[in-house]
Design a protein around this ligand. Structure first.
Ligand SMILES: Nc1ncnc2c1ncn2[C@@H]1O[C@H](COP(=O)(O)OP(=O)(O)O)[C@@H](O)[C@H]1O
Ligand SMILES: [Mg+2]
Length: 247
């Protein structure tokens, strides 16, 4: 076994809850949701970390408008605090150059990030997961033993096909599922409810498609005021099933 794997647990030891934001496909809103959830929890006064584990297309730094900072080295690396969030991403090392990583390189890069990052004490670590149920996602699920999974879908049959696979896989591995969010909702439909009725997962609610969201990308203050932030507060953070402890 790679010796770094055993270091990961130690690095995550001071973290109360690890929330991994996942979903079947790309483009479903994982990065937006991870970033806005992290911002919202930080605004409520929780100590929050955000880890972007999309090695091929990291984007949380673009969403939060993070540029020109670099983590400090001290027996590992300390994630810089931006907008009240401790933020770690491969983007510090690759910039906005596309990182043409494949297979084992992706595993290596993710493991390296997890093994070197010193989060310290956090109430929440929000993880922007690699897409889908490929090797990269499976690696992360294996390493982040305590993670709880927040699953995104859209109201499309196309997204739901893969979301069902994700749910099945997480349930087979007996991983806790926070619930499913329907993102980019554009019309009333019972499709998500009907398609997922057999799976025994909490359906947390929907985030509507927000025409103005694009203008808020890169602007953390505007994102914190967005409908997505309001919805995440309402359907995740304030839902008793999320079991938020008072800080
Ligand atoms: N509720 C929403 N309303 C409008 N646009 C959204 C919404 N959620 C996500 N988007 C947009 O969809 C695109 C994909 O989102 P992103 O978070 O990058 O997805 P993923 O990380 O799953 O690939 C982005 O351009 C984002 O701004
Ligand atoms: Mg993404």
């Amino acid at each position: 076994m790679d010796p770094r794997v055993s270091v990961v647990d130690k690095r995550l030891a001071g973290i109360e809850r690890i929330i991994a934001v996942t979903g079947g496909k790309g483009g479903i809103g994982k990065s937006l949701t991870s970033s806005v959830l992290a911002l919202t929890l930080a605004q409520l006064g929780y100590k929050v970390g955000l880890l972007d584990l999309d090695m091929s297309a990291p984007s949380a730094h673009v969403i939060l408008g993070i540029d020109g900072i670099f983590p400090e080295e001290e027996y590992g690396i300390i994630p810089p605090e931006v907008h009240g969030i401790s933020f770690m991403s491969i983007c510090y090392f690759t910039g906005d150059e596309p990182a043409p990583l494949r297979g084992e390189d992706i595993t290596n890069a993710m493991l390296e990030l997890l093994a070197i990052t010193r989060w310290g004490a956090l109430d929440f670590l929000i993880v922007d997961m690699p897409p889908g149920i490929g090797d990269a996602a499976m690696d992360v699920i294996r390493w982040l033993k305590r993670a709880e999974f927040l699953i995104l879908t859209t109201g499309s049959k196309v997204a739901l096909v893969t979301v069902k696979k994700v749910i099945q896989m997480l349930q087979e591995l007996q991983k806790p599922i926070v619930g499913v969010i329907e993102n980019m909702k554009m019309r009333e439909s019972g499709l998500v409810r009907d398609e997922l009725s057999a799976y025994n997962v909490p359906l947390l609610g929907a985030i509507e498609f927000d025409m103005d969201l694009e203008d808020k990308i890169g602007d953390a203050a505007a994102l914190a005021e967005s409908t997505m932030a309001a919805r995440l507060t309402e359907i995740v953070i304030q839902d008793p099933r999320f079991k938020l402890s008072q800080n």
